[in-house]
Design a protein around this ligand. Structure first.
Ligand SMILES: NC(=O)c1ccc[n+]([C@@H]2O[C@H](COP(=O)([O-])OP(=O)(O)OC[C@H]3O[C@@H](n4cnc5c(N)ncnc54)[C@H](O)[C@@H]3O)[C@@H](O)[C@H]2O)c1
Length: 256
């Protein structure tokens, strides 16, 4: 049990096919108390997630769902206040929520830019702000941000320049927090997945999917659980001396 009794907020966990869900499932297996927060969250989704996790680990899981738009600082603050009043504290934030838009650079309108950057970068900023405020008082805490290989390789296989730039911003934000708040016991790290089999790939044709897989040294796409494993490492004390790091989960598709 790597996260026994740790209180963890995981954003972007509304889809049973997503990285956020896989992370919630793995964290539950390791004894965490979990709050899943998502723009799409409602009672039914929270109940479905809980049931699915309970079936896998012979529950019951201490898991609660909260609707939250991470692009809104007020929503993020309300999320943290709710979790703190329920559990007394937050130990770890895993920010998985994100949006993607695949389009050539010159076709990106201001509206497209705002949509992607407001969720991916402003959202990460909002959550980090309320998390760090709490962690500084507690003298400890842990942030794991899910970025993307798109930030490292200059554009995504899925996702345009605005997506890549937003995720690049997430990596820089994570490093800055690690440097600035390390002395107060706060750790912050990023995970960079490459193509991972979730709803985000629904727009890819099978042919394109096969082409991309053929170029990956491990000859397969990532599974949500692969990314969840890196999040677990970063959330747990196994990584007690790791901060400001960017962990690649890409099957060797970007070795640098
Ligand atoms: N799937 C991939 O190939 C891939 C690759 C690299 C990085 N990522 C990143 O992994 C993370 C998880 O994505 P996924 O692939 O599991 O897809 P997903 O669509 O299942 O998960 C994204 C979740 O974010 C939620 N969300 C969107 N806007 C929100 C907002 N304003 N506030 C709160 N929640 C919001 C969605 O409702 C959804 O549940 C994302 O940050 C994504 O950019 C995915």
């Amino acid at each position: 049990m790597l996260l026994h009794d740790k209180v963890c907020i995981i954003t972007g966990a509304a889809s049973l096919r997503g990285i956020g869900y896989a992370t919630a499932e793995l964290f539950a297996e390791h004894g965490a108390k979990i709050v899943i927060a998502d723009l799409a969250m409602n009672e039914k989704i929270a109940a479905d997630v809980r049931m699915s996790i309970d079936n896998g680990i012979s529950g019951p899981t201490d898991l609660h769902g909260v609707r939250c738009d991470i692009g809104s600082l007020d929503d993020c603050r309300t999320l943290f206040e709710g979790v703190i009043s329920r559990f007394g504290r937050v130990d770890c934030l895993v920010n998985c929520a994100g949006v993607v838009k695949s389009q050539p650079f010159l076709s990106i309108s201001e509206k497209d830019y705002d949509f992607v950057v407001d969720v991916n970068l402003r959202g990460a900023f909002n959550l980090a702000k309320v998390a760090v405020e709490h962690f500084v008082v507690r003298k400890g805490g842990n942030i794991v941000n899910v970025a993307s290989v798109a930030a490292q390789r200059g554009g995504g296989l899925v996702g345009g320049a605005h997506y890549a730039a937003s995720k690049g911003g997430v990596i820089s934000l994570t490093k800055s927090i690690a440097r600035e708040y390390g002395p107060q016991g706060v750790r912050a790290n990023a995970v960079c997945p490459s193509m991972t089999e979730t709803g985000m790939l629904d727009e890819l044709t099978e042919e394109r999917f096969r082409e991309i897989v053929a170029a990956i040294p491990m000859r397969r796409a990532g599974k949500p659980r692969d990314v969840a494993g890196a999040c677990l490492f970063l959330a747990s004390d196994l990584s007690a001396y790791v901060t400001g790091a960017t962990i690649d989960v890409n099957g060797g598709s970007h070795i640098h």
